[in-house]
Design a protein around this ligand. Structure first.
Ligand SMILES: *[C@@H]1O[C@H](CO)[C@@H](O)[C@H](O)[C@H]1NC(C)=O
Ligand SMILES: *[C@@H]1O[C@H](CO)[C@@H](O)[C@H](O)[C@H]1NC(C)=O
Ligand SMILES: *[C@@H]1O[C@H](CO)[C@@H](O)[C@H](O)[C@H]1NC(C)=O
Ligand SMILES: *[C@@H]1O[C@H](CO)[C@@H](O)[C@H](O)[C@H]1NC(C)=O
Ligand SMILES: *[C@@H]1O[C@H](CO)[C@@H](O)[C@H](O)[C@H]1NC(C)=O
Ligand SMILES: *[C@@H]1O[C@H](CO)[C@@H](O)[C@H](O)[C@H]1NC(C)=O
Ligand SMILES: *[C@@H]1O[C@H](CO)[C@@H](O)[C@H](O)[C@H]1NC(C)=O
Length: 292
């Protein structure tokens, strides 16, 4: 009897070690870091003046299952984040098994213009227009720069992260501005949201550990449910930068989008999907081709 008891104990111990080590076989006692790249809508201290970026709240949905490093930086586009070596710094710090979330768009518009500086022209932020491998050659800050398209920048960064052993990369739609701005609810998906989805397709989608989160759509849904009064009050500075409460809501909207998809990162979320849906709205309808 005792013999059986001890072998049962041993069996239980072995199976629990086995199940925790299948999660991250190389670092059984460490948890993955979720690295976040983005602009002021995502960054620590948001667009300043008391506003905050959504990724500051991401850690609350992962408990002790993951760490979050919010490397987003105000004023950046996919182009300037690349030029300033910010993706490279994430790639250098990233450990095998970590995750990366990339969300850009609000500073990526326009066309690159010759003679721009950090304060004039396109400010070195506009990507070369296009969805493919187009390039634009311009002089920025007195130096010649071969400017790439938005998909080229985020795909190159994603490939570097996967090469370093990232467990996966999430390309997220940019957030909407205040959806109640006109007086009634309105949301139109921007071109960079489409480019993010296209980039996920180009990289091979979930089969290649690259996932799409419809963050813009989920945030718009959450803002619609909150209503005009609360949403207006949470854009204290302009229609782009959020007060802490709405930044937290936008983080929950991201997590909901993640949980409504197939990414293994969703398995590390501490919240039940139904609990998030009750507050922020239901999983959005999806079809088989959507690479979520
Ligand atoms: C942000 O605050 C600074 C001073 O703290 C002020 O100069 C600036 O105009 C403010 N910007 C906005 C957009 O409110
Ligand atoms: C995030 O990572 C960067 C690059 O490794 C590091 O410089 C920064 O201190 C980290 N931030 C936090 C809050 O840990
Ligand atoms: C750009 O992409 C097109 C097809 O999409 C391809 O034919 C062409 O060779 C590519 N050019 C470069 C420089 O990679
Ligand atoms: C910028 O100027 C260079 C010549 O100095 C020219 O080759 C290039 O096409 C110009 N780019 C744009 C976007 O106007
Ligand atoms: C660009 O060159 C001009 C003229 O030589 C110089 O005055 C200016 O400071 C330079 N700007 C930068 C950003 O290097
Ligand atoms: C998950 O629960 C934590 C703790 O209550 C909360 O801070 C966080 O916002 C929740 N996340 C979502 C996505 O609802
Ligand atoms: C699937 O959904 C996406 C996003 O709504 C849409 O762009 C695409 O056309 C849909 N595909 C099919 C086959 O319906």
């Amino acid at each position: 009897m005792m013999q059986l008891y001890y072998s049962l104990l041993a069996f239980t111990a072995i199976t629990s070690i086995a199940s925790s080590s299948t999660l991250r076989s190389e670092r059984p006692y460490d948890v993955p870091t979720i690295w976040v790249a983005g602009d002021s809508t995502t960054a620590p201290d948001g667009g300043h003046n008391g506003t905050e970026g959504w990724a500051q709240y991401l850690k609350y949905s992962f408990g002790s299952n993951a760490k979050v490093n919010n490397s987003a930086y105000a004023g950046r586009s996919a182009r300037s984040f690349t030029r300033e070596g910010r993706f490279d710094r994430i790639a250098n710090a990233l450990k095998a098994g970590d995750w990366v979330v990339i969300e850009f768009g609000i500073n990526d518009g326009g066309v690159p213009r010759n003679g721009s500086t950090s304060t004039t022209g396109d400010k070195g932020r506009a990507d070369c227009p296009g969805a493919g491998n187009e390039t634009c050659v311009v002089v920025y800050n007195n130096a010649t720069e071969v400017v790439q398209t938005f998909p080229t920048y985020i795909k190159s960064a994603s490939e570097a992260f996967l090469e370093k052993g990232a467990a996966g990369v999430v390309l997220a739609e940019q957030l909407p501005a205040n959806v109640w701005e006109s007086g009634s609810y309105a949301y139109k998906s921007p071109i960079f949201a489409y480019y993010s989805m296209l980039s996920v397709f180009d990289l091979g989608g979930p089969a290649s550990h690259v996932y799409f989160v419809q963050h813009g759509n989920y945030a718009a849904q959450a803002q619609q449910l909150l209503g005009k009064k609360i949403v207006d009050a949470n854009y204290p500075m302009d229609h782009t930068h959020t007060a802490p409460f709405l930044a937290d809501v936008h983080s929950q909207a991201f997590v909901l989008g993640l949980k409504c998809g197939t990414s293994p990162l969703a398995n590390l979320v501490v919240n039940a999907t139904a609990r998030i849906e009750a507050l922020r709205g239901p999983c959005l309808p999806a079809n088989d081709t959507l690479p979520i």
